[in-house]
Each structure stands twice: as C-alpha cells, then as structure tokens.
Design a protein around this ligand. Sequence first.
Ligand code: FPP
Length: 264
Amino acid sequence: MTKAPDTSRDHLSEDELLALLDPELLPRHIAIIMDGNGRWAELRRLPRIAGHAEGIKSVREIITLCRDLDIGALTIYAFSQENWKRPANEINALMLLLENYLQTEMNELTRKGARFRAIGRVDTLPSGALSWVRRVERETAHLDKLMLNVALSYGGRSEIVDAVRRLAEDVQAGRVQSESIDEAFLEGYLSTHGLPDPDLLIRTSGETRISNFLLWQLAYTEMFFTPTLWPDFRRREALLALLDYQKRERRFGQVPDAASQGGR
Ligand code: FPP
C-alpha cells in the first residue's frame, strides 16, 4: 500500500523548513536517481529533451543546497548503461546538454568549491562530452567543499565487475595478497572510494527501484521516494526529503542502543 503523502509541512516557507533541520543529523553523502524528465516534458507537450534541460536547473539548486548545508558528497545518476538503448536523437541531445552544462558550469562549480568527478564507463562517451568531463575533473581536482560525482554510462554491477577485475590483476601481479581482501579493501577499488556510503538515496517520479545504481554503496542507505518529477524537485522538495530523513532511526542491523553508539 502506498503511504499517504505528509502534508503537515505544506504551509511552511523554505526558511522555516531550513530552521527545522538538525545540523547534527544531516547526511554526509546524498545519492539521487533523477527520474521523470521525460514525463515532465510530455505533460507540457514539449520534446523530452526540454525535460532534461529543465532537470539541469534542479541539479544546480541541489548542488547549491548541499554546499550551503555542508553536505560533503552528492552522487547523481545522469546516464545509465541502459540509457544507451534510448533513441539516438535523445542520446545525442543528452550528450550535448552534458557538454554545454560542463562548459557553462565549470566556473560556477569552482566558485562553489565543488570537485567534479565522473563515475561509470566514462570512456564510452562521445569525444566532445568526454573531453569536457576530463577538463572539468582536472580544473576542479583541488576543491574539497563538495564532492560531486556524476554517474555517466554507469551501472552498479559493472562497477563491481571492474573493481574485481583490477583487484584480480593486482593479486596476479603479487601486489595484493588474497587474505588481505575484505570489504574495506574492495571498497578502495570502487569509483566512490574514500567517500562515506550515501546516507540518503532520493528517487523522484514515483518509481521505487534502485535501477542498478551504487549497488555496493547503498547497503545501509535510507531511501526516499517521491512522486515529484525531477525538474520540479527543487530546494523546497530537498529540504522536505532531509526532514523526512532526520525522522529515521538508523540501526545498521543492530538493536537501537548499540546503533546509537556505532553511528547514526
Ligand atoms: C531520467 O528521466 C533522467 C535521465 C535519463 C537523465 C538525467 C539527466 C539530467 C537531469 C540532465 C543532465 C545532467 C547533468 C549533470 C548535466 P527520464 O527521461 O527517464 O524520464 P521519464 O521516466 O519521465 O521518461
């Protein structure tokens, strides 16, 4: 049964929502499946790409919010491996949008102290988009206020396969002893290595699937699903998601008391 939407905070302004947040209980890492761009456009009888373009405005607002709230990491699903099966004109338009975004946004990301990193089988992107990806990665490599991971040509299973393959090479070359492999060690081979696992996953547009996103990293993540379409998911919606997250009791498989000592 679907849960009835919580309307108790509908009358509150963004500032009032912000004031309700407990700064001690903010997620350190947020992951987002940005879904519903196509439906947003179709509802307005616009081409699907108009929905993606509008979705970029939401990306901007959420990056700014994370920066304002000192949330150290944001990982967004911009293009999955499965998305290559979309019509060529949509893929081309999305790649152009990505390229334009990176060109126009590089200075803004730098101003915000955001380090950009692409995760996924990024080398499969068209050369124009790929060279901007690499350029923005280089230019923002020294920044550390916000780690912005953008998943491009990404699949969670292939991320694990790629990690295991590199690990196997290291074992074969004698650089790693198989006995020293544990969860933390394998984590070091993933594209998000060094970051805390996401505390909160947000998926927009009413779908309640993980869709091959961050399969390893989401093991204990709190999930927030909203019917709001991604282009409509702005600062206010994100504040509501954070307030909902702060109501959760995180146990990491333990009983309540032990969990409160071992993390949130
Ligand atoms: C899913 O909506 C969204 C995508 C496949 C692309 C997301 C891309 C952006 C928000 C813009 C590019 C991002 C960056 C960082 C430049 P959908 O098309 O599947 O929507 P639908 O389910 O309504 O059809």
